[in-house]
Design a protein around this ligand. Structure first.
Ligand SMILES: NC(=O)c1ccc[n+]([C@@H]2O[C@H](COP(=O)([O-])OP(=O)(O)OC[C@H]3O[C@@H](n4cnc5c(N)ncnc54)[C@H](O)[C@@H]3O)[C@@H](O)[C@H]2O)c1
Length: 458
């Protein structure tokens, strides 16, 4: 009989597999058992036929919103599809994107009006990274044109917008990935999986720290928009105001009219992870207070705040700002905590951010979960997960519903900050409850400047 060659070679490759896992574990700080399980999953996925795309299997992609994040997203998308068109209301950003995505001498077509982009039959996918106040109208128009969408976080500017986006995505049966890429990061998944499996005992508290926002102003009045910018189309649904360059750069995030400040910036990521770990649709109450308010005539969102939300099952979530990771290196009165998320249970805590995962006892991480544990959905690459789903027509890991429910947390905190009120919240009906409910519910939607509305461009 021939010797069991296969078995022998398996033993060798198994040994080398284990040693590779040990090296990866040492390099990432992740436990060996988790690395092994991930590698096994990746091998299974590859064997399952999702494998590399053929040269003909490259959908046409258009980028709408060619700023910092859009360019980054489109670069990722260009690994799986062809960037055929780019669109921006800022000619300088548009030209830079055209140049960046020129391939083999062919420059993508350049547009200043996204409606023209979504008319094209050879565009199958929209990568959308406009400022937050534009997300919804572009997403709805693209969904109605049956384009699949990779849409940046936060999904929306308001709670009401989220309901409309979900409706458009589901009605048109398109694939939608929200740009909350921490869902595709194994550290965050490990933390959430351990919490969901009771590793730290009954979950009691979740502390979220987000980098504080920029505080500046007053800004000079009488500024004139550069000829390279269509300021009116940049404003879109937002109120008509005098041009200030501080509105339209990537500092749009520090104005209520276009975004929500720190809580919808980094908060869209960390609140998504908090919700993943808690395993519920949404909180049941919210209160928030401004710590450092805006300067009159400057940015309008508070640079520092503190919020407390409660969830069913006596879980408290706090969301606070910190100087850590603040992209602007400006001195704020930080509370000294680091950018990230801490899950605290009756039997210990787990801390996680983009760089590391730690716990109150190392065994909380190193002890493998049993086979029958709750396993959360696995994605190792957010953009790849989206393109896989474009082909399989499955729901990506950051589905539109996930994007909406996690964005809602930021919107609730924003409303609590603007009103100074404490509200109850019904996460199923998506309405405020309690004595001040009426005032809160009035802020679930915003009036759009004419001619913008949910049917614009559809
Ligand atoms: N996932 C992440 O980690 C991450 C990181 C940064 C930003 N973001 C998100 O990406 C989005 C963009 O952020 P940014 O930092 O790149 O901002 P940015 O200002 O650099 O880019 C936005 C671009 O959209 C353009 N734009 C505005 N209105 C438009 C319209 N009607 N049609 C076409 N283009 C339009 C602007 O001119 C600008 O070029 C935001 O929603 C932000 O929250 C996500």
């Amino acid at each position: 009989m021939n010797p069991p060659i296969q078995e022998k070679s398996f033993q060798i490759s198994r040994r080398s597999f284990l040693s590779k896992c040990a090296i990866a574990a040492a390099a990432t700080g992740l436990p060996v058992w988790f690395i092994e399980r991930n590698a096994a999953f990746a091998a299974e996925a590859a064997a399952g036929g999702s494998g590399p795309l053929s040269p003909n299997d490259r959908p046409g992609v258009a980028l709408i919103g060619c700023g910092g994040q859009g360019t980054y997203d489109a670069l990722n998308a260009s690994g799986y599809g062809d960037i055929l068109a780019v669109c921006d209301v800022n000619q300088e950003h548009l030209d830079a994107a055209g140049q960046k995505f020129t391939k083999e001498g062919k420059t993508p077509d350049k547009y200043t009006d996204f409606r023209k982009v979504i008319e094209r039959d050879d565009i199958h996918i929209i990568v959308q990274a406009t400022p937050d106040h534009w997300h919804t109208l572009v997403n709805i128009a693209a969904a109605n044109a049956k384009k699949d969408i990779y849409g940046e976080k936060p999904l929306t500017l308001t709670v009401d917008e989220g309901r409309h986006v979900i409706k458009a995505v589901r009605k048109n049966k398109i694939v939608f990935q929200t740009g909350t890429q921490q869902r595709s990061d194994r550290r965050f998944r490990l933390a959430c999986e351990l919490v969901r499996n009771g590793r730290i005992g009954k979950l009691q508290e979740v502390n979220v720290w987000v980098p504080g926002g920029l505080r500046a102003g007053p800004f000079p009045t009488g500024q004139v928009p550069p000829p390279t910018l269509n300021f009116d189309f940049w404003l879109g649904q937002a109120p008509q105001v005098e041009y200030m360059k501080e509105r339209c750069g990537n500092t749009f995030r520090w104005w209520w009219d276009y975004a929500g400040g720190p809580v919808t910036d980094w908060g869209a990521h960390h609140n998504d992870i908090a919700r993943w770990g808690i395993g519920q649709d949404g909180p049941i109450s919210v209160e928030a207070s401004v710590i450092t308010g805006p300067i009159p005539g400057g940015f309008t969102t508070p640079s520092e705040f503190s919020a407390t939300l409660t969830w069913a099952g006596n879980i408290t979530q706090t969301v606070k700002t910190t100087l850590d990771d603040s992209p602007f290196g400006q001195v704020l009165k930080a509370d000294g905590q680091r950018n990230g998320i801490k899950f605290i249970g009756a039997d210990g805590w787990i801390w996680v951010n983009r760089d590391e995962i730690t716990a109150s006892r190392k065994e909380l991480l190193t002890e493998p979960l049993p086979d029958n544990a709750i396993h959360l959905e696995v994605s190792h690459n957010h953009m790849r997960n989206f393109f896989d789903c474009v082909r399989s027509r499955k729901n990506p890991i950051a589905s539109v519903e996930n994007g909406h429910r996690s964005a809602v947390i930021g919107h609730l905190i924003g409303i609590a900050l603007r009103t100074g009120k404490k509200f109850g919240w019904d996460p199923t009906a998506e309405k405020f409850t309690g004595p001040d409910a009426k005032e809160g519910n009035r802020q679930l939607a915003r009036e759009m400047r004419k001619p913008y509305n949910y049917h614009f461009a559809t």
